[in-house]
Design a protein around this ligand. Structure first.
Ligand code: SAM
Length: 291
């Protein structure tokens, strides 16, 4: 046996048959069966023997084997309890892997990073369950988890949304949030035949390299993200109307118009045309009038 050995479809099928494993659609289970893609993910994540890695959703442990070979220590969080005995088997040759059987959204990852890595930035690698991609990524960024980089497989369309700029149809709150915290880079496009079972849509691996300092200066981050959400909640409305109608904000039309004018933003513009820099300056303007 060469290590790691999973990723070869032959072994994946063997393991699935041995345990009579039933795929659970509700957990977004599409297992990787392509060694080239696995190698690309590992290379893009730039893991070294000094690194602590968090894997989200190890499945039967395919990528976990590669991570365990490359890293100092791996913790993998898997929600599906039927996979736990399988992981005990497929990962038995590695002594630097711990499996946590839980919903990753309920795990205190900040504490984990402190306990396992002395609070130093950790690397996160995952073939993400698509149904919770956004809450996972936003949770990692917003909850002050010390992150070095996140290298993840997501739906192609979601990867595109993370890296596009203003004026494109995919641009939205996710693009701005990701680009505030990290530098996104699509590493590979991955077709459905690299998974078992095959998903209906294409996927992509994207690497998010966390900035030490965000690229714009923001006086109140929470306020900026409330403004961003309000601007995209009603995409077809003007920014002024989006902000006025928001349940999360309580500015008058006059206040909104005053801030936009001070920032040199036309009153008939839509949120989708504004850059991160402009959202930062608008939110700093609102911060000033109610400080
Ligand atoms: N990493 C494996 C691979 O690449 O073959 C499996 C990837 S599969 C797309 C997603 C995995 O995440 C599944 O094993 C699924 O059970 C797990 N999962 C789904 N929701 C989860 C959650 N909330 N917390 C932790 N794991 C979850």
């Amino acid at each position: 046996m060469t290590r790691p050995y999973l990723g070869n479809p032959k072994y994946t099928i063997e393991v699935l048959q041995k345990y009579d494993f039933a795929f659970q659609k509700r957990f977004g289970q599409n297992f990787l069966i392509d060694t080239h893609v696995l190698e690309k993910i590992i290379a893009a994540s730039e893991i070294t023997k000094d690194d602590f890695v968090l894997e989200i959703g190890p499945g039967i442990g395919t990528m976990t084997q590669y991570l365990a070979e490359a890293a100092r220590e791996v913790v993998a969080v898997e929600i599906d309890h039927t996979l736990i005995p399988i992981l005990g088997d497929t990962l038995k040759d590695w002594d630097n892997v711990t499996i946590i059987n839980d919903d990753v959204l309920k795990v205190d990852i900040r504490r984990l990073a402190i306990e396992k890595n002395g609070g130093k930035p950790i690397k996160v690698v995952a073939n993400l369950p698509y149904y919770i991609t956004t809450p996972i990524i936003m949770g990692l960024f917003e909850n002050q988890v010390p992150i070095d980089s996140i290298t993840i497989m997501v739906q192609k369309e979601v990867a595109d949304r993370m890296q596009v700029g203003p004026g494109t149809k995919d641009y939205g709150a996710l693009s701005l949030a990701v680009q505030y915290y990290a530098k996104p880079q699509i590493v590979a496009n991955v077709p459905p035949n690299c998974f078992m079972p095959r998903p209906k849509v294409g996927s992509a691996v994207i690497r998010l390299e966390r900035y030490e300092q965000p690229p714009v200066e923001v006086k109140d981050e929470k306020l900026m993200f409330r403004i961003i959400r309000a601007s995209f909640n009603q995409r077809r409305k003007t920014l002024v109307n989006g902000l006025k109608n928001s349940q999360e904000l309580s500015y008058t039309k006059e206040e909104i118009e005053q801030v936009l004018e001070n920032c040199g933003v036309p009153l008939n513009i839509r949120g989708e045309a504004l850059s991160l820099e402009t959202f930062a300056s608008i939110s700093n303007g609102f911060y000033e009038i109610r400080r």
